[in-house]
Design a protein around this ligand. Structure first.
Ligand code: NAP
Length: 484
């Protein structure tokens, strides 16, 4: 059991913790029990401005510190995260709802980004370009972009923060972080760990409160040189429009609508196991989770039968219980969205094959919805076009490869897509034709620290993870030196 004070000073500005200037607060609830956990600061423009000033002042020292020294602080933070996995996972489950085993996995994943960028901090190389004119010297020098405004969502409240903060710090940037209001406690814990690891004051700041005011303060301040955002495409577009006034750099990890294509030559047991994991992990609230399944008509029956068998085994309940596989959704609107997508699909002719409203767990108090499967969906249905962000799995059949690939690409999103096949030739063909930033072949877990993660089309701009993730926080300065 984690003890939490009833009111927390959740703003971390220039090295100290503060309540909101107005003393206003916002509640944080446990989505599995609907109990209030605590209240955190509801802040706005003034607090954000001070955080930016702190970050701007700290930038001078932090950006010129030897990379090795910055790297050592990140290594220490990585170790501290790993030493504290159990406690951090409990806090995460309490405010976000996901099962403890997933929360532990997320903390380890969050730590892996810190480790990766502790290493990358030492490899922020420049270039020496051979000149075309005699005597000239041409250099490209990498520079940290400056103060970074980082805005994060609630669905991965730890790893979405370290995936931004770790490369920013490694590059020599300073940060003002605004976490989601549903999950400020995980954000606070991560900040405390970086501070304990030796981060100087002002380098990492945290402001909780009014998204529009905080966002606006970041967007209108000339000293904030980059906005890194993970969240919905709608908010991403707003940030993009408003960033134009100062021509800020942007890194946007936005919504997705991932298809899974299961070909007739696929290993069906593997396809079932991984489709299930992709769809129902985090109760379906994952940007890269399967939103829609296309199954070849010749294997549809066998696949669906095996899948339903497995879905029936999933235990829904409070994430703190060891035997639970699927926790609550984040709030009531999230449950209503899943119901809306299901009712729309059934009204338009899809068949409910498992789950649905009647399966709902009335013995639980939180925002729960039972894993649900529908068959016979068509492209007109909302579930095949809009991000469901919940445990509803629609299955559609196809005959020809082209039909499945065209359907998969028929969306404005372009984050992740998955394919199950045992054919190497087909893997190449499909991989090249899918219009997505990430393609998984017989794999649904592509989010790793060492590789670039990010969408195309309306799923975003830029990459997180890998050496690519560091470059988002780096400007290249070209220096041309003549000789007499
Ligand atoms: P969201 O509503 O866009 O919110 C994300 C963050 O933006 C929250 O902290 C939110 O704060 C803040 N925000 C909202 N309006 C803002 C504004 N005008 N100015 C500044 N900040 C603002 O998204 P969400 O519901 O938290 O997260 C789910 C979405 O994130 C899904 O679409 C999912 O696909 C996407 N996601 C993408 C990735 C990826 O890597 N591509 C990863 C995870 C999630 P308030 O809540 O206080 O408004």
């Amino acid at each position: 059991m984690i003890e939490v004070e009833s009111k927390i000073a959740s703003n971390f500005i220039n090295g100290d913790w503060y309540h909101a200037d107005s003393s206003e607060t916002q509640p944080v609830y446990n989505p599995a029990t609907l109990e209030k956990i605590t209240e955190v600061a509801y802040s706005g423009e003034a607090e954000t401005k001070r955080a930016i000033e702190g970050a701007q002042t700290a930038f001078k020292e932090w950006s010129t510190m030897p990379a090795r020294k910055r790297s050592r602080i990140l290594y220490k933070a990585h170790q501290l995260l790993l030493n504290d996995v159990d406690r951090l996972a409990h806090i995460l489950t309490m405010e976000q709802g996901k099962p403890l085993k997933e929360a532990k996995g997320e903390i380890k994943s969050a730590a892996s980004f810190v480790l990766w960028y502790a290493e990358e901090a030492n490899r922020m190389y420049g270039e020496w370009i051979p000149a075309s004119q005699k005597g000239k010297r041409q250099l490209v020098i990498p520079h940290p972009v400056g103060v970074v405004g980082a805005i994060t969502p609630w669905n991965f409240p730890a790893s979405m923060i370290t995936r931004k903060v770790a490369p920013a710090l490694a590059a020599g940037c300073t940060v003002v972080l605004k976490p989601a209001p549903e999950t400020p406690l995980s954000a606070m814990e991560i900040v405390k760990i970086f501070v304990k690891a030796g981060l100087p004051k002002g380098v990492l700041n945290l402001v909780t409160g009014d998204a529009k005011e905080i966002g606006n303060a970041l967007l209108t301040n000339h000293n904030v040189r980059l906005i890194t955002f993970t969240g919905s495409t709608e908010v991403g577009k707003h940030l993009m429009r408003e960033s134009a006034n100062h021509v800020k750099k942007l890194s946007l990890e936005l919504g997705g609508h991932a298809p899974i294509i299961i070909f007739d030559d696929a290993d069906l047991d593997l396809a079932v196991k991984l489709s299930l994991a992709s769809k129902f992990r985090n109760a379906g609230q994952t940007c890269i989770c399967a939103n829609r399944l296309y199954v070849h008509e010749s294997v549809k029956e066998r696949f669906t039968e095996k899948l339903i068998e497995q879905v029936k085994q999933l235990k829904v309940g409070q994430g703190t219980r060891d035997d639970v596989d699927v926790g609550p959704l984040i709030n009531e609107q999230a449950v209503d969205k899943v119901k809306g997508h299901l009712h729309d699909a059934v009204e338009k002719g899809a068949k409910l094959v498992y789950g649905g409203d009647s399966q709902n767990t009335s013995d639980l108090n939180g925002h729960f919805y039972h894993p649900t499967v529908v068959q016979g969906t068509t492209s007109e249905m909302r579930v095949m076009n809009e991000e469901t962000f919940g445990p509803l799995l629609p299955i559609q059949t196809f005959k020809e490869d082209k039909e499945a690939i065209d359907a998969a690409n028929d969306t404005n999103y372009g984050l992740a897509a998955y394919v199950f096949t045992d054919s190497l030739e087909r893997s190449y063909q499909v991989m090249e034709q899918l219009e997505y930033g990430i393609v998984g072949i017989n794999d649904v877990f592509p989010a790793v620290a060492e590789a670039p993660f990010g969408g195309i089309k309306e799923s975003g701009i830029g990459k997180e993870g890998g050496h690519h993730g560091l470059h988002e926080f780096v400007e290249q300065k070209f220096v041309s030196i003549g000789s007499k």
